[in-house]
Design a protein around this ligand. Structure first.
Ligand SMILES: [Zn+2]
Length: 263
């Protein structure tokens, strides 16, 4: 009986995992999100750091960054599923693109920033919004989370990554990062060594919408996969500097938003 139950469960799990969409769009995987949170944590001003410590208690920005993926299976949060990405077709700006009635990553970040600034939220609501913000600023910097509208953010581009079946979205979420075999703190420390003041100042120009347009501009490079059956070291070599840059920018911009909210 027990064996049969286990077998049924395994089979069910297999079916669920095979459903289209079940593997889509987690963004940056856990390591990428934590790197963004860790970098942001190190750029917080004193006031913001104090306030965040009070709200997040035993967690920091790195640890709470994956919460929005953890709640995906909780039906109370079904309404948040589309908040992780946005569609901006080639040649368009966000303003001209058709809006998702369920919300998108740009609309949500803008909404949350102004809600946090309003200082009218209950503490529980504030903590929830804060965790969402940490995650969504990360997502906004994963180039394939600003999709063309044609291939579900690269999820439909099936590839072989290092001889294993994958898809282009997952290559950017986690395959490249995981191949480096660094912990999130190791990767974050390596990135922090690259920071220079002039670059940081230039990254803080613009706003959420122009940051999303940087992802649009990266498309020719991201989709230049060569033979999709043989993706691996060459693609990694060409795109790793962009992965690093996007993680670093996301962390620094997240700190900037939080310093502005709480500083
Ligand atoms: Zn996400």
């Amino acid at each position: 009986m027990r064996i049969r139950q286990t077998l049924t469960f395994t089979l069910l799990l297999f079916v669920v995992l095979s459903l289209p969409g079940a593997q889509e769009a987690r963004a940056w995987g856990q390591t990428g999100h934590r790197v963004v949170g860790y970098i942001a944590q190190s750029f917080l001003n004193k006031k913001a750091k104090k306030r965040l410590q009070k709200l997040l208690k035993t967690e920091d920005l790195a640890l709470c960054s994956t919460w929005m993926d953890e709640i995906r299976s909780d039906e109370r949060y079904d309404h948040t599923h589309d908040w992780h990405w946005v569609t901006i077709p080639d040649g368009m700006r966000y303003e001209d693109a058709e809006k998702n009635p369920n919300g998108d990553v740009i609309e949500r970040i803008e909404f949350i920033v102004s809600a946090l600034k309003s200082d009218t939220l209950s503490q529980d609501q504030e903590v929830e919004y804060l965790k969402m913000l940490v995650h969504l600023v990360g997502d906004l910097h994963q180039p394939l989370h600003v999709g063309t509208g044609k291939d579900r953010g690269g999820n439909d581009v099936k590839v072989k990554w290092m001889w294993r079946s994958s898809n282009l979205h997952r290559v950017w979420d986690s395959e490249m990062i995981d191949d480096k075999q660094l912990s999130y703190t190791e990767l974050a420390h390596a990135l922090l060594l690259q920071v220079n003041k002039t670059q940081v100042e230039s990254w803080l120009q613009g706003d959420v919408r122009s940051w999303a347009m940087e992802c649009v501009a990266l498309r020719p490079q991201v989709y230049d996969t060569g033979d999709t059956e043989k993706m691996g070291y060459l693609y990694l070599y060409r795109n790793w500097p962009t992965v690093e840059l996007q993680l670093l920018k996301a962390g620094i911009r997240l700190a900037y938003l939080l310093n502005e909210i709480y500083g």
